[in-house]
Design a protein around this ligand. Structure first.
Ligand SMILES: Nc1nc2c(ncn2[C@@H]2O[C@H](COP(=O)(O)OP(=O)(O)O)[C@@H](O)[C@H]2O)c(=O)[nH]1
Ligand SMILES: [Mg+2]
Length: 324
């Protein structure tokens, strides 16, 4: 699923402003001031409740999404932190619901002269509760801002393309994709992640880039970057490692082979190694292609797709026939 549509999470003050604006509409039309104050409280509490419930419901249930998203949340903030903040919003929503009737009653049974004071007390308590989750709301909005820019990763057979910068990873994905690949952000790098798709018969295949994560020796990678790399690698059903023996990419072949060895140590899926830019230089003993001219590209794709027969979804989907 795409997270693009998660709405902005309001701040505590925005939740309250909205609630009081709605509540204020109740006042002028009522002759009976006590009744008006009671309805003000009812409306404000209801508005807070409904808004917070909407916030919670607009967040994806990560356990129903591909593992990739949970990994990202875990790396950036931890899923516990997210659960805690959603829980806090839920607590405030429930509080508003549970106290709405009682505090409105306080206004109703107050003396004429005390009704406004009772309303103010109810409003102050509501404001205090909503302010208690101020940081949680800010945090949820931060998560929302990252989630909505993430690439759309699907639970389909996935080819992850690795190799030094400029070896031809993006060119490969562009060449085999049936539509223009999408560029999304990956929060751990400044480079965009490229995702393309192609079809093998009716089976959808996903191709994904590893931006900015494999462009230097692993020893220079910090803990977060190692996790960020593994989140992408975890999606892979097969890894395509592209070498550029021509050296046009700017990295000596020895460095590329060292990186390859390192990558082979990280992944548990098969690794297909291909020497690119065969229009410039051929590396004996390796499968070769040119993502420039297109030579050999179909054969490489076919080799990758051999492995798709073993593919199983992360979770079995619902079989519609079983529902009937
Ligand atoms: N000569 C030649 N150049 C290529 C080939 N494939 C890609 N390039 C060039 O290599 C550069 C980097 O390609 P790109 O796909 O962006 O590499 P990435 O950084 O690994 O994604 C670009 O200037 C391409 O035009 C090829 O097969 N032959
Ligand atoms: Mg690229």
């Amino acid at each position: 699923m795409s997270f693009e549509k998660i709405p902005t999470v309001p701040t505590a003050d925005e939740v309250l402003d909205r609630a009081f604006r709605r509540a204020a509409k109740k006042i002028p039309e009522k002759k009976n001031k006590k009744k008006a104050n009671e309805e003000f409280v009812q409306a404000a509490y209801l508005s807070v409740h409904d808004k917070l419930v909407a916030v919670i419901q607009s967040f994806p249930n990560l356990s129903e999404e591909p593992q990739f998203y949970q990994d990202i949340v875990e790396i950036m903030w931890t899923t516990d932190r997210l659960k805690k903040s959603l829980g806090a919003a839920g607590w405030a929503a429930r509080w508003a619901k549970d106290h709405r009737g009682g505090l409105a009653k306080d206004v109703r049974y107050a003396s004429e002269s005390n009704a406004l004071a009772a309303r103010k007390k109810a409003v102050a308590r509501l404001a205090s509760v909503v302010h208690q989750i101020e940081d949680d709301l800010l945090f949820l909005n931060e998560v929302r801002n990252v989630l909505r820019k993430l690439p759309v990763v699907e639970d389909v057979f996935t080819i992850v393309v690795a190799g030094f910068p400029n070896v031809g990873k993006s060119s490969f994905i562009r060449r085999v994709s049936s539509a223009e690949p999408e560029i999304a952000s990956y929060p751990f790098t400044t480079k965009g992640i490229i995702i393309g798709h192609c079809y093998a018969g009716r089976q959808k295949i996903q191709l994904i880039d590893t931006p900015g994560l494999l462009d230097r020796p692993g020893i220079e990678r910090n803990a977060i970057e190692r996790q960020a790399l593994s989140a992408i690698v975890n999606i892979a059903d097969i890894l395509l490692f592209i070498l550029d023996p021509s050296g046009h990419c700017g990295y000596p072949l020895d460095d590329q082979l060292n990186l390859l060895e390192e990558v082979q140590g990280i992944v548990s899926v098969p690794v297909l190694i291909v020497a690119n830019k065969c229009d410039v230089e051929i590396l004996p003993g390796y499968l070769s292609m040119s993502t420039g001219s297109g030579e050999g590209v179909e054969k490489v794709l076919a080799e990758l797709l051999v492995h798709r027969q073993d593919w199983v979804p992360e979770k079995p989907g619902i079989d519609q026939a079983n529902l009937l």
